[in-house]
Design a protein. Structure first.
Length: 120
């Protein structure tokens, strides 16, 4: 993987936008592999009342944060107008993270979001 510009990364033959994930315990990891994303999503299975979410953030500041209950929050961190879905399967979280990592904001926008953070 090489950096091809200030926020664009080559991953094999594919060019993706810059993104990072945040693990359950707060570590930030730039441009994780799909395998690593899956590992981080599985962290939601651990019992931990203090550290309750994992997230993937695109360079545009759009973020998908997932919670153990299946709550998924979609928001632009600069705008603070969150939307959410409930009972989202872990596999769907991983799929949406991959779409976000490729910059597929419009595709994510088409999901059945409800206003606010919801409750998880």
């Amino acid at each position: 993987m090489t950096v091809a510009g200030p926020a664009i990364v080559e991953h094999g033959n594919e060019i993706v936008m810059a993104f990072h994930l945040t693990t359950r315990w707060g570590a930030d990891e730039p441009q994780p592999s799909v395998e690593r994303m899956a590992e981080v999503v599985s962290q939601l299975d651990a019992a931990d009342e203090e550290h309750v979410s994992v997230s993937l953030t695109h360079e545009s500041e759009w973020c998908l944060a997932a919670y153990p209950s299946g709550l998924l929050v979609w928001e632009n961190l600069e705008e603070a107008k969150p939307r959410h879905m409930t009972r989202v399967p872990r596999a769907t979280v991983l799929e949406l993270w991959q779409i976000l990592a490729r910059g597929g904001l419009e595709q994510i926008e088409k999901q059945a979001w409800r206003p606010g953070y919801g409750s998880g």
